[in-house]
Write a protein that binds this ligand. Structure first.
Ligand SMILES: [Zn+2]
Length: 114
């Protein structure tokens, strides 16, 4: 967004010696800048929310882990997603008594995979 029109109006008001109008135009310019900044911030937040929605819709909860839908891949840590909204792939931590365990490299949560 550009404020050339407001800048030109402020210039004309100043040239005409209308100090009150000049001040009001500068105030309007400041308000427009603040609104633009707020708008950009909200757009960023909306993009983050959309990305979280997209990620959430791409996973499903099965057997105490999140797994990618329609794809064979390692599980994601439930704690990291539920608490931090991070998709962290769990790693195998070995087989204990015939059951595979997985550990989250971020929060170190470890549990049986199946
Ligand atoms: Zn984790």
């Amino acid at each position: 967004m550009n404020f050339d029109m407001l800048k030109q109006a402020a210039k004309w008001a100043n040239t005409a010696g209308n100090h009150e109008l000049y001040t009001k135009i500068l105030e309007a310019q400041l308000m427009a800048s603040e609104l633009l900044e707020e708008n950009q911030k909200l757009k960023g937040e909306l993009q983050k929310r959309d990305e979280l929605d997209r990620q959430r819709n791409a996973i499903e909860l099965r057997e105490n882990f999140y797994f990618p839908k329609n794809e064979v891949a390692p599980p994601y840590c439930t704690r990291c997603w539920d608490v931090e909204k991070k998709l962290v792939t769990c790693h195998s931590s070995g087989v204990i008594e015939g059951f595979e365990r997985a550990v989250c490299p971020n929060c170190k949560l470890e549990k049986y995979l199946y």
